[in-house]
Design a protein around this ligand. Structure first.
Ligand SMILES: [Zn+2]
Length: 254
């Protein structure tokens, strides 16, 4: 049975560690220190590294980890990550034999040009594209691309556990409540997450069912979200990509 453990890194990043028996793989090791410490403490051998995109807070620890042990490094083929041994893209499979785990690769551009997600074992590792109750900034792609990527992730089953790259949930919920004020599930979510954070616990993983019900960036066709976007813009738009672009811009200033 595979266990998935968050290793906090920097101020609000998570390095997701997949462990089974005496083996472990890590997703997005932005720094090597927390990984090395955890592996040593738990007596685990590193067997693979997965990267979702090229930002340093997700890949900065890879060179130090592969210097310690040569393991396969999976990551998006369209991005500059020099340590990759297995460049991957849409439709590829990532097989980690030592963990008996297989993941499908999904291309989800927008935050970066070739950002990927890994999906398997009812779990989704989606880096900085889908966040709990939010989404990443659009740095290298277009609003249309980002919305397409989020829509692709939203089509996965409700029970899918969402493991994203940052602990931004509480701030995201505060913004979501401004966009979607009447959503009672959102109010309940805020209460639940505030309790977890007050106890020093991660708010993650969430589930895709929860995201579809409360994440405004997955709800760009909902009348209440459209109306809020229109109020922000002071204009009438209905096209989901324009609604998405409006609330993404609003969030940047929130
Ligand atoms: Zn990023």
């Amino acid at each position: 049975m595979l266990e998935i453990v968050p290793l906090p890194a920097f101020r609000d990043n998570y390095i997701w560690t997949l462990r089974g028996g005496k083996n472990a793989a890590v997703v997005d090791p932005g720094e090597a220190g927390p990984v090395k410490e955890y592996l040593a403490r738990e007596g685990l051998a590193l067997v693979a590294i997965l990267a979702t995109h090229h930002h340093p807070d997700h890949v900065g620890g890879i060179s130090e980890l592969v210097a310690m042990k040569k393991v396969p490094v999976f990551g998006p083929k369209g991005e500059p990550i020099p340590e990759l041994t297995h460049p991957v893209g849409q439709g590829d499979k990532v097989e980690i034999l030592a963990l008996a785990a297989t993941f499908s690769v999904l291309d989800i551009p927008g935050h970066t040009r070739a950002h990927v997600a890994y999906y398997g074992l009812e779990s989704l590792f989606c880096g900085d594209t889908l966040f709990a109750c939010g989404c990443g900034r659009v740095f290298e792609g277009t609003a249309e691309q980002m919305l397409d990527s989020l829509t692709k992730l939203a089509a996965l089953p409700d029970a899918t556990r969402v493991y994203c790259g940052h602990e931004y949930t509480l701030a995201n919920i505060k913004f979501a409540r401004a966009v979607d004020p009447g959503n009672s599930m959102l109010a309940a979510r805020e209460e639940k997450v505030a309790k977890l954070r007050a106890a020093g616990l991660p708010s993650l993983p969430s589930t895709l069912g929860e995201e579809r019900a409360t994440n405004p960036f997955l709800r760009c066709a909902e009348p209440v979200v459209v109306e809020s976007a229109n109020k922000y813009l002071g204009a009438r738009v209905a096209d989901p990509a324009r609604v998405f672009a409006a609330i993404r811009e609003w969030k940047n200033r929130f």
